[in-house]
Structure formats: structure tokens, C-alpha cells
Design a protein around this ligand. Structure first.
Ligand code: NAD
Length: 353
């Protein structure tokens, strides 16, 4: 048994079909009286439902959350929270909406109650990101960790099958990298393997029938576990590559994770064989990287960066950026091998053996 440090994160989770109905008592539990509801423009309908459940504890709805939390949006939402006298933020939606809640909490310390409707996992982490002048800056702050999370699989039934698959593979990426994290621990390993297995089981069922509540429950359970891993241990090469590709080349978040993960795992396979075994076991395959790509292919998800709009001419620059600011990774970063990884991901080749 290796040595490890365990640092429990506070936070309350209420899980199950229909738990949205418990919103009012959960807000009361936080001692809040005026909650500002946050959502994207597309999710205004569910935000109105949330506002209705809050009744006179709802201060208003802010419906302009967008991907990557532009500083202008964060400022506008903070100003609205202040002018309405909000004492709590309720974020209903995916990682973009949760991210906006975090941007408000970062300045004001307002508690966040989160109602996730994708599998991104941001609700389980103290990590925030704000984009200013085209540059996304991320940081960690205990104030942005949501106090309460209501996981209601009913609310994920409307997430289209394609988005569900890429969002689920985004979650699997958190767990997969958690399995070889420099600061990993045995509890995270258990959660990571179980999270990957739950999503591996659930995603085919969702593709068959997006309204299947059993599959939706399994997927949200898996996403929760994978989010806990993301919030507790350090991510490595895969997340760095996706951050680079998303931030500098404007590639879509979950799809980029889906394409890159098998290749990042293949790169690290020699240095992290036990992690690969756990991934393979969780997905019922013989090779971790292959099992991840097979799952994506079988479910019709993208497997090539060229299909996400990245030009081949950008691969050298992506490689240069990924080599900047070295960070812990089980296998040292080598330019030629990293460039080959990007080439393979661009072409949609099978992950290197
Ligand atoms: P998203 O929040 O941008 O949502 C994608 C789209 O799906 C939006 O249009 C949204 O309105 C819609 N949508 C969400 N749930 C739906 C549902 N149930 N039914 C129908 N439509 C629905 O996407 P995401 O992948 O959840 O989040 C991505 C963002 O989250 C990125 O900016 C990423 O950096 C961030 N993120 C942050 C962390 C963290 O720890 N800080 C972790 C993961 C992701």
C-alpha cells in the first residue's frame, strides 16, 4: 500500500428521481431567503420551474450563462445578485451554469445549491474558471464548492443522446486521470473505477432510449463519483491537452475530452499499468485506452479532432502550448511522442499499443 493523504471535501448530496421536489427545504437548510436562479438561455424553462418551487424565496432568474464564463457575464450576474439582495445562488444546468455560480461565489461568498443536468461534474469541485480577453484562467477556492447538490436524473432525460455520450466520456476522463494522479488515494481509486463502470453501463442504454430513467440514474451516479475524483486529486496530461485545445483553438469541451482520452491514456499506459487495468475492468475490455475509444465509436461519438474543426496545421502549436508549464504526469512529457499523440487524435487512429 502506498502512502497517501485524504482530504474530505464538505458538501451535501441528495440523489434520486424526483428529489427536485426537496428544493425548498434544502434552501431553508442553508438558511437562505432570497435565491437567484441561474441557467443558460436554452434552459429557461427548467429555471422557471425551479423558481416556482422556491416561491417567495426566489429573488429572480438570471438566464445568460454561457460556456467558459466570460468575465462580462460574471460581472453582470454578480451585479444582479447584489441588486436583488440575493443570499444564495441556485445553478440549474451543466458545467457552464455551475461555473457562473462559482464566479458569483468567488467574490461574494454566496452559498451555491447546484442542480446538475449534465455529467460534467463541476458541482463536486472547488475549481473555477473565468475567461477574460480570450484567456481562461482557472483557480481553486473553497468558497466556490457548492454547499448542496440535488442530483435528479429526471432532469437529465432531456439531454440529447449525443451530448449525453460526450458528457459521460468527459466524466470518465476525470476518473481515468484520477487513477494515476500524483496525489491519488485508495478511496478515489474505488470511486473512479465504480464511476467509469456505471457510465460504461448506462451510456448504451441512454443511446437506445434517452428517457430510460434507470440508465439516466446510473449515468448521474457515475458522473457524481467521477466529479468527486476531479475535485479531490490532480489531473494530468489529458486535462492539460483538453484545456489547451478548448482554450486556444475554441474546440467544444466534452467532445474534445471524448476524442483525446484514449490517446492520452495510451501515452501514459506504460507508466500507469494498474490504472489501465482498472479502466479495462470497469468497461469490460482488455485494454483501457482501446475500451474507451471502442465505447465512443459504438455510441456514435466523435473520435477525431479533425471532425471537431481543428486544422492539421495547428497541431505543432497545440503541442508547444501543452509542453509549457510542466505539471505532474506519470510519463514525462516528450515532444515527439506528444506530437504523435496529437496526430493520432486528429486522425481518429486507434490509440497506440
Ligand atoms: P454546458 O453546461 O455548456 O451545457 C451544454 C448545453 O447543454 C447548454 O446549451 C445547456 O443549456 C444544455 N443542457 C444542459 N443540460 C441539459 C439538459 N438536461 N437538457 C437539455 N439541454 C441541456 O456543458 P457542460 O459540458 O456541462 O459544461 C462545460 C463547461 O463546464 C466547460 O466550460 C468546462 O470547462 C466546465 N467544467 C468545469 C469543471 C470544474 O470543475 N470547474 C468541471 C467540468 C466542466
Amino acid at each position: 500500500m502506498r502512502n497517501f493523504t485524504w482530504n474530505g471535501q464538505p458538501g451535501r448530496v441528495v440523489f434520486g428521481a424526483g428529489v427536485l421536489a426537496q428544493l425548498a427545504p434544502e434552501i431553508e437548510r442553508l438558511g437562505a431567503r432570497r435565491a437567484l436562479v441561474l441557467c443558460t438561455p436554452e434552459q429557461r424553462g427548467i429555471a422557471e420551474r425551479v423558481a416556482g418551487l422556491l416561491g417567495d424565496r426566489c429573488a429572480g432568474v438570471y438566464d445568460r450563462a454561457v460556456m467558459h464564463v466570460p468575465i462580462e457575464t460574471a460581472r453582470e450576474a454578480r451585479a444582479q445578485a447584489q441588486s436583488l439582495g440575493a443570499d444564495c445562488a441556485v445553478a440549474v444546468g451543466g458545467g457552464s451554469t455551475t461555473g457562473l455560480g462559482k464566479a458569483i461565489a468567488l467574490e461574494s461568498g454566496l452559498p451555491i445549491l447546484c442542480i446538475p443536468t449534465t455529467y460534467a461534474g463541476s458541482e463536486m469541485t472547488p475549481i473555477y474558471g473565468i475567461t477574460e480577453a480570450g484567456l481562461k484562467k482557472t483557480g481553486k477556492d473553497a468558497r466556490v464548492l457548492p454547499r448542496t447538490v440535488l442530483y435528479d436524473p429526471e432532469l437529465t432525460r432531456s439531454l440529447p443522446a449525443g451530448l449525453s455520450v460526450t458528457s459521460g466520456l468527459n466524466a470518465i476522463a476525470h476518473a481515468a486521470e484520477g487513477l494515476y494522479a500524483v496525489d491519488g488515494n485508495p478511496v478515489m481509486d474505488l470511486m473512479a473505477q465504480e464511476g467509469i463502470a456505471a457510465l460504461g453501463r448506462a451510456l448504451p442504454g441512454i443511446v437506445r432510449d434517452p428517457s430510460d430513467l434507470g440508465a439516466r440514474s446510473d449515468a448521474l451516479y457515475g458522473a457524481w463519483l467521477c466529479g468527486v475524483v476531479l475535485g479531490n486529486v490532480s489531473m494530468a496530461l489529458h486535462h492539460k491537452l483538453c484545456h489547451t485545445l478548448g482554450g486556444s483553438f475554441d474546440l467544444p469541451h466534452a467532445e474534445t475530452h471524448t476524442v483525446v482520452l484514449p490517446h492520452a491514456l495510451a501515452y501514459n499506459a506504460v507508466a500507469a499499468p494498474q490504472a489501465m487495468e482498472r479502466i479495462a475492468r470497469a468497461l469490460g475490455g482488455t485494454s483501457g485506452p482501446r475500451a474507451v475509444q471502442d465505447l465512443a465509436r459504438r455510441l456514435g461519438a466523435p473520435v477525431a479532432l479533425r471532425d471537431l474543426g481543428l486544422a492539421q496545421a495547428d497541431l505543432d502549436r497545440a503541442c508547444d502550448i501543452a509542453l509549457q508549464n510542466q505539471y505532474p504526469n506519470p510519463r514525462p512529457l516528450e515532444r515527439a511522442a506528444l506530437r504523435q499523440l496529437l496526430q493520432d487524435a486528429w486522425e481518429g487512429a486507434p490509440p497506440a499499443a
